[in-house]
Write a protein that binds this ligand. Sequence first.
Ligand code: TZP
Ligand code: MG
Length: 225
Amino acid sequence: MKPLSSCLLYGIVDLGYVAVDKVATVTAELVQGGVDVLQLRAKEYSKRDVVRCAVAMLAVTKRSGVPLILNDYPELLREVDAEGCHVGQEDGSISRARELAGRFCIVGRSTHSIEQARAAQTEGADYVGFGPLFPTGTKPSAKAIGLTEIRTLHKLVQLPIFCIGGVKLKNLEEIVHAGARRVCIVSDLLLASDVAKHTAEVKAALAGSRHGVGAYSPVEDAAKP
Ligand code: TZP
Ligand code: MG
């Protein structure tokens, strides 16, 4: 299984965009394109549906060493062999999520400010999502936080930080230039006419960027946490 420290591109199979019967196909396309980590996000779906979709995704992700993270539902990790869960600010503590999961797993936290990301680190999260950077139809209620805090955040938080919210191939350069090393993308990947090809383009842009963790730069690497 890929360690989070080597993950640049975090994809989400969001049932707001993907029909339940297409979950396995879309997962395979995202994995083929090179996503490093995947989440199942199923707002307004039953736990039964979440389990069903997770099992379909695991048939693909286990073969490829791509960790699967369940959005919400840490307790489902007792019946599903996914690698982790992701919890929001309103979803209780990281230790409570671990308790509910009942076994070793990755726990990620959504954060919307430097303070929240530092708190997640102190609390023992394994990674953070940071955003939404831009307004996004995927989570219309969330207020955009912009790009200005990304660089400072990377100095203060040593966890893998996945910048999220309105991230697209066409604005990736701007986001990386603002200090992002890793990103999480939903709609730009899922709405692409060729999901695998578009994902591969995003991955190549990230991996080849001067700032991404995939890039080799002795000077910058010495300064990286
Ligand atoms: N959390 C913060 S923004 C967001 C989530 C789940 C949605 C990001 O979706 P998109 O389509 O990549 O903007
Ligand atoms: Mg949640």
